[in-house]
Design a protein around this ligand. Structure first.
Ligand code: DGY
Length: 426
């Protein structure tokens, strides 16, 4: 494990551009939102100053309305597509001076900041840093509730699959299939230069990703127009769980600064109430709500377990989820798969064990799951997930994701958050 830790630190150093850490050397050469947060969490195990710098550079991309975008292009274009100009984010009055995408991503950042602050032996320096970033974190969370839950349901909605970070998850398949792309902006995919095509989203999905961006940039990324008109609008159990957990952390941070806590407490109460509506008692799972279809998304994916990470499940609901984790037809290792946690249930007709978010194991999901299982007292199951995670890395390196059948590496290699989260788990 000293060897793994050394390797993990080396990858983070090698992917460091000096200003930000690339998610991987070739496939993702810019700064991504939840990547940066998870990377900062791993950095906080050995280099607090570098962890703080990663948070600061991500926040340079924050929009004037509070949104923290999903990609920040600090260094101009590269061989990555979408290029900075594709987003036309400058059409929004809220866009910052650095080029960014127009979408957001799951808000892990406040959780990472709490770890950075609490691990610092110099609490004076920690609070100075916290004072610098606290208002920005608060503004982002406020933006989430205002822009993506204007109806006050407590569950935030996504306007694009990329906002979940789980682009081609099986839970978006139905909603994407209902779209008819028209006037799609001209584009050329570049995500298959460094990664095999059968490990990436299919052409029909990718075309719909572009179609949605084309619409939204025409609407100048105006949050009101987006919520009213987006043909893809899904109240997302996954992002909402991450936001809820981040609000718990933000509340602790507010308390240590002596800042008011009522607004955050209000969000926690609203989400706690609204989230329970996502629970399907017959299935024993949390389902997203597709606002455009007016129906729950009855797909079984790893997203359902995030309620544990956020503390949103009752003891009885947690027991159902733990039971589901032990079911070999769903997620448990058996003759067909050998590692926790496939990103989609094996029973799904859409399950594809090497295609991005349709089956492969992702280490950020394993990390969320481990935190959640420990929170509810499922220590043995948590240890099993930790062991699977470390054995995947020992056998296949720090891959972007892994085939759950044999643990072989998929996607990009030398992937920064895989390295960061192994440091967290060791
Ligand atoms: C990609 O380029 O596929 C990324 O997932 C977008 O964030």
């Amino acid at each position: 494990s000293a060897h793994l830790a050394g390797e993990a630190q080396r990858i983070l150093r090698d992917n460091d551009t000096g200003r930000f850490i690339k998610p991987s050397p070739k496939q993702y050469p810019h700064q991504w939102n939840w990547d940066a947060a998870l990377i900062a969490l791993g950095l906080a195990t050995f280099d607090l100053e570098r962890a703080r710098a990663e948070v600061r550079t991500l926040l340079e991309g924050q929009w004037k309305d509070g949104m923290v975008p999903h990609i920040v292009y600090h260094d101009g274009p590269s061989d990555y597509f979408p290029t900075p100009d594709f987003w036309r984010s400058e059409r929004s009055a809220a866009a910052p001076s650095v080029p960014t995408s127009g979408l957001t991503q799951p808000p892990v950042l406040a959780t990472a900041v709490r770890a950075i602050v609490e691990r610092d032996p110099d609490q004076g320096a920690a609070l100075t840093f916290l004072r610098e970033v606290y208002g920005k974190l608060l503004a982002w969370h406020r933006w989430f509730y205002a822009a993506r839950d204007p109806e006050g349901s407590g569950v935030v909605a996504l306007i694009h699959p990329w906002e979940s970070g789980m682009d081609n998850s099986t839970r978006f398949t139905g909603a994407l299939a209902r779209l008819t792309p028209t006037d799609v902006p001209t584009f050329r995919r570049r995500d298959q230069q460094h990664v095999a095509a059968d490990e990436r989203p299919v052409a029909g999905d990718y075309e719909r990703f572009m179609y949605l961006i084309g619409l939204y940039r025409d609407w100048r990324w105006d949050p009101e127009a987006l919520f009213e008109r987006a043909p893809f609008l899904i109240r997302d159990a996954f992002t909402t769980a991450i936001l809820h957990r981040a609000n718990e952390d933000l509340l602790e941070l507010a308390t240590s600064l002596g800042e008011p806590t009522e607004e955050i407490a209000g969000w926690l109460a609203r989400t706690r109430a609204g989230y329970s509506a996502l629970w399907d008692e017959a299935a024993g799972l949390y389902f997203d709500l597709d606002l455009r279809a007016g129906a729950p998304v009855r797909e079984d994916t790893c997203a359902t377990f995030l309620a544990l990470y956020a503390g949103l499940a009752s003891e009885a609901q947690a027991a159902r989820l733990a039971e589901h984790l032990r079911d070999p037809d769903a997620y448990a290792p058996d003759a067909r798969t050998r590692f926790y946690l496939p990103s989609a249930a094996k029973s799904s007709p859409y399950f594809e064990p090497r295609r991005y978010w349709r089956g492969p194991v992702w280490l950020n999901i394993n990390w969320f799951l481990v935190q959640g299982l420990r929170r509810y007292g499922y220590a043995a199951l948590a240890e099993r997930v930790v062991n699977d995670t470390l054995s995947l890395v020992a056998r296949s390196g720090f891959a972007e994701y892994y085939d759950p059948r044999d643990g072989s590496p998929c996607g990009a290699r030398d992937f920064s958050w895989s390295a960061a989260l192994v440091l967290e788990l060791l």
